[in-house]
Structures are given as C-alpha cells and as structure tokens.
Design a protein around this ligand. Structure first.
Ligand SMILES: [Zn+2]
Length: 278
C-alpha cells in the first residue's frame, strides 16, 4: 500500500465522500468536494485543497502527522482511524456546485471532453432524462484532472481549436464563429473551419476574437435565442471593421450552427445567398 492509497482509504474512513476526482476536504466546510489527492515521487501523497486549506491543517484535523504523507503508517487505515479518535463533520454534498459533480444526477450516460489547451478542458456530461452538465477541469498530474480552473482564467484561454481555425484562415478559408464547442467539432468534421471562445454567450472573449481573427474572413453563426443574439451583436461590433470580410448566418429560432449543418448541409455555410441574415 503506497502512502497515497493508504491516505485515500483513511480519508474515506473519516467520512469524506468523493465526487469525480475530488474528495471533501476535512479542513473546511466542504459541500462541493475540493480536495485532490495525487501520487508524487515514491508514492508520496500530494494533497491539495482548492479552497486553500494548508496541508498541515488537513493532516492535523485527520489526527495524522505530516510523515503519513511520505510513508504509510504501520497500521491499516481502518484501525489507524479508529485509534486516532479524530472526528470530522462533513456537510451534505451540494448538487452541482463549483467544480463539484453533484451526486443527484447519478452517473452520466455520456461523457465527452473539449480540450482548450493540454491542461484545460471542458467536461460535457449527459444524464438519463436529458439533463446536461458542463464543467471545467484542469490538469493537476499526468493523468489527473481536478474540477474548476485555478491557474488560468477563461479570458486567458485560447479560442477553441484556435490553431486549426487559423490554419484555415491563413489559407483564405472563412472561419465560422459559433457558440458551442460541439458545433465547432461538428463543423470541422464536415470539412469547415470553426471556432468558439471559452465562457459561453454571456461572456464573449472579444479581445481574443479580435486578436485571432483580425484580417481574416469570418462567418458568425449565433445561437438564435436571446443570449445568443445579444452575444452576436457584441461580436459583430468588435469584428466587423477588423476582419477581411464579415457576414452572418442566422439559424431558425431556437436553433444553432449544428442544426443548420444537419438540415441544410455544408452548402448553407458556403452559399452567399444565406447571408447577411441581419
Ligand atoms: Zn479545504
């Protein structure tokens, strides 16, 4: 048993519950798990509370000493927990929550990832009954990810599939700017060039869009709903004078770029008669 597996078993014995890759932190009232455990050199435990609890406090609350992180104590975790006489009160888990994967939705029936960088990705989950959940994750180890972004902000992320979109743009292709990563993926699959930004309709990354797409040809395809239309107005204002060409294609009410692709195919994006929509 490495110190990591020992510590994990001990933490579980203390009553901490795990959601996704994260455990409830014993150092603070943690209703939305924010403690990550990863294995470092020689099996030692790397403990990180994303709410900021210092490691020595976490260890202390659990009735352990720091040496337990480097070398498994001589007793089984169950017995060590019993002997510690430590008591930790963990709150009930919140559904959803910041970075937490709430337990009430159950197990996703479909999980996909959209990578913005090697170290930041969007986890997209679909549940029985049609519920969806999207959460950001950041790499904290070679194969370990934690919920939420802590070392980079959404505004600092590149556009989604930015490098590929730029490759198309530099070859004179029109770049489709739409509102979801799934749409971008579908458009690329259909042989088109597309991108979106991190953060959704409420916070279009206008600076990044300007920086990347200036002097290129842009086709904006907003989601046709109230936030989507408001967002598209802001993007239009930011890009219309900066780009080599700018046009818009408006999906039917309630629909998005992927719906156009599904119903009208790639020609809809190439056919000038579809634009300008507004
Ligand atoms: Zn904590």
């Amino acid at each position: 048993m490495t110190p990591t597996t020992w510590f994990e078993a001990y933490l579980q014995r203390s009553g901490s519950r795990r959601v996704g890759h994260m455990w409830q932190c014993p150092g603070h009232r943690d209703a939305s798990p924010s403690l990550s455990l990863t294995e470092g050199m020689e099996g030692r435990v790397l403990v990180k509370c994303f709410a900021g609890c210092p490691t020595d406090r976490i260890v202390d609350v659990l009735g352990l000493s720091m040496s337990a992180l480097f070398e498994s104590p001589p007793f089984a975790p169950e017995r060590a927990w019993r002997d510690s006489r430590a008591q930790v009160l963990y709150p009930e888990l919140e559904a959803g929550g910041s970075g937490g994967r709430g337990p009430r939705l159950g197990v996703p029936i479909e999980t996909g990832f959209h990578y913005y960088t090697d170290d930041a990705r969007l986890r997209r989950e679909r549940f029985a009954g049609g519920k969806k959940r999207i959460t950001w994750e950041e790499r904290i180890g070679r194969t370990t990810w934690s919920g939420g972004l802590s070392s980079i902000t959404l505004a600092e992320l590149p556009l989604y599939r930015q490098v590929e979109a730029l490759q198309g743009a530099l070859c004179g292709e029109e770049v489709i700017v739409c509102e979801s990563e799934s749409s971008v993926d579908a458009l690329f699959d259909a042989g088109l060039y597309a991108t979106t930004w991190a953060g959704g309709a409420t916070s279009p990354n206008l600076d990044r869009l300007q920086t990347v797409l200036s002097d290129h040809r842009v086709l904006l395809v907003p989601d046709n709903d109230i936030p989507g239309l408001d967002c598209s107005r802001r993007i239009r204002e930011a890009l219309i004078d900066k780009t080599a060409s700018f046009r818009e294609l408006l999906p039917a009410a309630g629909e998005d770029a992927r719906d156009i692709l599904r119903t009208a195919g790639t020609e809809a994006f190439r056919n000038q008669s579809f634009a300008p929509a507004l």
